[in-house]
Design a protein around this ligand. Structure first.
Ligand code: AMP
Ligand code: MG
Length: 409
């Protein structure tokens, strides 16, 4: 067993990671059907090749008229018009309309030539086959013009956009059935530990059930990666190396990341790839490691589940989000709150502190520390409303301090 002679600061570790991510850039593109594209990241700008609409269209049910025919029309002075036909959506009216004439027109129908306003049905009266206009109208009223929505040549969506449902509607309206998006990072989850039983088993004797695999898979999914967790990998070098060499963008190793007898992963990565960071001045997850194996980024996460969660959130999640074109920032809502009791924290070490609300009234925004140690007590993170981070340079936080709380909601 070796010890950690020196630990990197969280800033140094983040700087290394960000530099690697700058070198890797975002992943390549893939084309997906619109039905699969919500929430995906647009790979390139989309420019429309068409006008939407490509015709003037009625915005109301009523009558297509010439505005000049309606001068002086009012309920007291109804003006008669000769209705020469009917315009329906999707059909071109074959003739031009001239003075004294009108066409019945439905919302969305193309305007016939000559028509320069649409008189709403409420402003008309019919007697037999004769239509009477009951109001004046300005030219251009109640119809939409060519390209009022989208103009040919216009960039409708910019690269990097996280596609919203309405974006898919716009893409469809300009003739796209599919869209080019950034590929989702493929992530191999390598859960090590001979003491582990697979998810679904009941803990028995001195064996415990894998908590990290399901948790990491869900975190990867949240961060838009595609997780593969085929099962627990034995604590032996050949099996672990084979798993590390999976054809993926990111490898997450849970357990065996420290300096114990069964901790093979750091030495394997140092031998076959690059173990760039091992040991970070923070709690939990101090034994965390990061490096590269050929094209892959490899994260060595401690087996203790709280440390595994925190290590993922601080480093691995950031990488997965950035590779997939998303923001590196935490996907947690941040609020400002008042700390009800103090927290001590040695300088030089960053601390992750789970918190809970002091009372149920969230608007009080009073929080208290729930747990700072206990990296193996995962239920502390399910009882917590969120967490705060005590920076390395801070000797702790006094009761009454204003703190940023990241919420687990
Ligand atoms: P390790 O990092 O392998 O030294 O493991 C540290 C502690 O975390 C040990 O008590 C392990 O039994 C526990 N542990 C390791 N992997 C997991 C896991 N996947 N789920 C729950 N606990 C784990
Ligand atoms: Mg272990």
């Amino acid at each position: 067993m070796r010890g950690f002679s020196e630990r990197a600061s969280v800033e140094q570790a983040l700087a290394w990671l960000d530099n690697e991510l700058d070198k890797l850039g975002q992943l390549s593109s893939e084309s997906v059907a619109l039905s699969q594209a919500a929430g995906r990241v647009l790979f390139e700008d989309v420019t429309s090749k068409v006008n939407v609409p490509d015709f003037n269209r009625a915005m109301m049910d009523g009558f297509g008229v010439l505005a000049s025919d309606l001068q002086g029309a009012s309920p007291e002075n109804p003006l008669a018009l000769n209705v020469v036909g009917e315009c329906l959506p999707g059909q071109i009216f074959p003739e031009a309309i001239s003075a004294g004439q009108a066409v019945k027109i439905m919302t969305g129908a193309p305007l016939p030539l000559g028509v320069d306003a649409v008189l709403p049905v409420e402003k008309t009266m019919s007697r037999g086959s004769t239509l009477f206009a009951l109001a004046e109208l300005e030219q251009g009223k109640n119809f939409g013009t060519v390209a009022e929505d989208i103009c040919s040549g216009e960039v409708v969506l910019h690269a990097g956009r996280i596609l919203r449902p309405q974006d898919l509607g716009v893409l469809s309206s300009i003739g796209h059935g599919s869209v080019s998006v950034i590929r989702q990072p493929k992530v191999r989850i390598v859960v090590t530990g001979d003491e582990l039983l697979p998810a679904g088993a009941v803990p028995a004797g001195c064996q415990i059930v894998d908590a990290n695999g399901p948790m990491l898979a869900a975190l990867v999914h949240r961060d838009s990666g595609i997780a593969n967790h085929p099962g627990i990998v034995a604590d032996n070098r050949e099996a672990i190396l084979e798993a590390l060499r999976d054809e993926v963008d990111v490898v997450l190793v849970s357990g065996g990341s420290s300096v114990g007898q069964e901790d093979h992963v750091p030495t394997l990565l140092a031998e076959h790839g690059d173990l760039a960071i091992h040991g970070i001045a923070m709690r939990p997850a101090g034994p965390l490691g990061m490096g590269r194996l050929d094209g892959r980024l490899v994260f060595l996460l401690p087996g203790n589940p709280v440390a595994c969660l925190w290590g993922y959130d601080l480093f691995a999640g950031r990488a997965i989000r950035r590779l997939g074109g998303k923001s590196p920032e935490w996907p947690y809502r941040k609020i400002s709150a008042c700390l009800s009791s103090g927290i001590k924290s040695p300088t030089g070490r960053l601390d992750y502190v789970r918190i809970k609300y002091v009372c149920r009234k969230l608007e009080d925004k009073q929080v208290e520390p729930l747990a700072r140690s206990g990296a193996s007590v995962l239920s502390s993170t399910t009882r917590a409303a969120g967490f705060i981070v005590v920076p390395a340079e801070s000797p702790g936080l006094d009761a009454g301090s204003e703190v940023d709380v990241f919420l687990y909601d």
